[in-house]
Design a protein around this ligand. Sequence first.
Ligand SMILES: Cc1ncc(COP(=O)(O)O)c(C=O)c1O
Length: 366
Amino acid sequence: MSPKVFCSNPQAQFQSYKQEILDAVTRVCEKGPYILGLEVETFESEFAVYHNVKHCIGVGSGTDALALTMRAFNIGSGDEVITVSHTALATAAAIVITGATPVLVDIEEDYYTIDSSKIEEAITPRTKAIIPVHLYGQPCDMDAIMTVSKKHDLIVIEDCAQAHGALYKGSKVGNIGDAGCFSFYPTKNLGAIGDGGGVITNNSQINDRLRRLRQYGWDHSRISQEPGVVSRLDELQAAILRIKLRYLGEDNLKRQEIAHQYKVLLDNSDLLLPTERSDCQHVYHLYVVRSDDRDALKSRLAQNGVETSIHYSHPVHMHPGYLDKIKISPGGLIVTEKIIEKILTLPIYPEFDLKVFTNLKEVLSV
Ligand SMILES: Cc1ncc(COP(=O)(O)O)c(C=O)c1O
């Protein structure tokens, strides 16, 4: 049976903002330029203002945002970068692209984000940076991460691909570390209609370097000062993102309201529901529950027309293609491995109305 309820639904969001998006697309198509023009420039400054930071640099994807930012900080071959195994493979892939080695640390069982108490044991003389991932929309334990990073003189690059607009003690994620990297993949809280990524930072040297690296290493005179790549946010995507950025706060509130409704509905069930870190605002990119009978639950939901997903069935260290590229922290990955058989992602997106699904409670009760 094809699903009645999708796990995520970027097409529904297109319908919400259709006329504005089509007008913007027409404007760009008729006027041009199509690459690195006023739309990208304006989006960059609007996204920087939104985060209260000095710079935003638009790039081609979230993976490129991470990889180019590491390169801008001179991270490369022989270096180690601490992150988690329980993340989108992209986080580790970006580290590998630079030539550095991802060192994978376990997560906190309650929040699914890096266990800051396990970072120090993973540090070696080669460690250059930490990439905390604000997974599912939940901010990491940034105070503890910043304390360890200062003590060991490490760069902190926040992976904010799943947490646009999330708050850690009143600050938007991405402006706490040395840089914040975003994906604008269509399903993200701020999603384009295609690929896109961005970096925010207060570091002007990193800003300058990223602007060169995203385009062959060119300076303002189009003279290459170092080898670069081609990874540019394009004008059409920037124009669309400018519209959606205006609604990001509202859309995140809708996600939080759906999470609240799930909580009311499922509080007495056998499912383990998401926990929010205190003093933070989770933006529910994904709504992930845990069940002892996950696979049966997933099938039952599918039979009832509800699409679910698993983020992630294969943590980074279980992808054969990356096995010889990574190191596991001496502390091991006990929690990471414990949860993978139990996690299940339920539908959540701003346009999703839990009420349309009248027998959800019965279907979900284990
Ligand atoms: C946590 C995380 N990091 C990085 C990325 C990479 O983003 P992109 O797909 O735009 O390269 C993603 C997107 O899947 C992600 O979820």
